[in-house]
Design a protein around this ligand. Structure first.
Ligand code: PMP
Ligand code: GLN
Length: 378
């Protein structure tokens, strides 16, 4: 067979956005803001182009940007990454994740993934001959059973992928989770990929538990981040990852032949923009206001709500409305009710359907009001 991924179809994000467009539905499916990012940032990127940042950036990224990222980690997580050796700028978090997996995963290496899982992890592991060991979490709290993780770890475990705040559930890992992970991986060669693209979108005063806050965990971890999520520019596809030098040296061996370097004027614009810390420190409040507004609007609907703790997604339980499979229900809502969401089961182990849908609330008040008036009538 010619296909290396015969089991893989088209990502649910393309499927649901296309269905939303076809039926002119409000699109709360694929996660992206429908408001403009800060004009200051756009001006800074334009300035960078006008002042000549139009040729290749250094392979790991524009140095001013890497320095600004390092400063952010010092400020927020009281840890340091060396800008010259421990940070690489990537084409979105997606490229960082794919490159980490392709750098380290060999035939028959085991990779532990928690389900529901963001959909780009597993196919990359499959491509390199790795074996996915899934651990299914359950609604509404999606808590990790660390005893089960312990039993799942074997001599072949090469990588554990975590994601906090968690897409699609909107839950977060707590310090107790991180201590468990640190303890279970201590004195092993296991690498941890910590997908933290929603680090700045966390609510109710909760603390983001970056893997880099935990000194032993940090020695084995890649922390992955996305400027698209942080600064409302998902279309720019800009992100980065941080890791100790020995791991990052290996990463760069692949990165240099994959993209070599990413968009230079955007890196320069982002570097200038990061100089002002309020640009990321204000984000939790900015998104909490949207979450709270959306939840107030739908509080009398027939959906059961467990408020999102982080990410710009809200999971809604529809078990009191219908027994339908979530994929069928999501399609029906898009076509008939004109509101698109993401059915959670696509991120689960086969057969697991908790009757929940994921809605993106990174939208203007007007869009959230239109969405709520539909949801309140279902
Ligand atoms: N990880 C998670 C959990 C995501 O939700 C996303 C999507 N934004 C990504 C990675 C990919 O981020 P990017 O758009 O920067 O490639
Ligand atoms: N991360 C976004 C989401 O979860 C979508 C990214 C994509 O379309 N690949 O909706």
């Amino acid at each position: 067979h010619i296909s290396k991924l015969p089991q893989v179809g088209t990502t649910i994000f393309s499927v649901m956005s296309a269905l939303a467009n076809k039926h002119d539905a409000i699109n709360l499916s694929q996660g992206f803001p429908n408001f403009k990012s800060d004009q200051k940032l756009i001006d800074l990127v334009n300035q960078a182009m006008n002042s000549g940042y139009n040729q290749y950036a250094p392979m790991p990224g524009n140095l001013q940007l890497r320095q600004a990222i390092a400063k952010k980690y010092e400020r927020l997580y009281e840890t340091s990454y060396h800008p010259e050796t421990e940070i690489t700028v990537t084409a979105g978090a997606t490229q960082a994740i794919f490159t980490i997996i392709s750098t380290f995963i060999k035939q028959d290496d085991e990779v532990i993934i928690f389900k529901p899982a963001y959909d780009c992890y597993e196919p990359a592991v499959d491509l390199y001959g790795g074996i996915v060991k899934s651990i299914q979490l359950s609604a509404p709290n999606y808590q990790v059973d660390w005893d089960l993780v312990k039993k799942t770890i074997t001599k072949k475990t090469k990588l554990i992928i975590i994601n906090t705040p968690h897409n699609p559930s909107g839950t977060i890992l707590k310090d107790t989770d991180m201590y468990k992970l640190q303890e279970l991986t201590e004195n092993t060669d296991i690498i941890v990929l910590s997908d933290e693209v929603y680090e700045h979108i966390i609510f109710d005063g909760l603390r983001h538990e970056s893997a880099c806050r935990y000194p032993d965990l940090k020695t084995r971890s890649f922390v992955v981040a996305s400027f698209g999520k942080t600064f409302h520019n998902t279309g720019w596809k800009m992100g980065y990852c941080c890791a100790p030098k020995e791991l990052m040296d290996e990463f760069k061996k692949v990165h240099q032949f994959n993209v070599f370097a990413v968009n230079h004027p955007m890196q320069k614009g982002l570097a200038d923009y990061l100089e002002e810390p309020s640009h990321y420190l204000d984000l939790p409040n900015f998104f909490q206001e949207k979450r709270d507004y959306f939840l107030r609007l739908i509080k009398d609907s027939r959906f059961q709500i467990n408020p999102s703790q982080g990410t710009y997604f809200q999971v809604l339980d529809f078990s009191e409305i219908t027994d339908e499979h979530d994929v069928d229900f999501a399609k029906q809502l898009t076509i008939e009710n004109k509101i698109a969401s993401i059915p959670m089961s696509v991120f689960n182990e086969a057969g697991k359907d908790d009757k929940v849908l994921r809605f993106c609330f990174a939208k203007t008040h007007e869009t959230l009001e239109q969405a709520a008036s539909i949801l309140n009538n279902i």
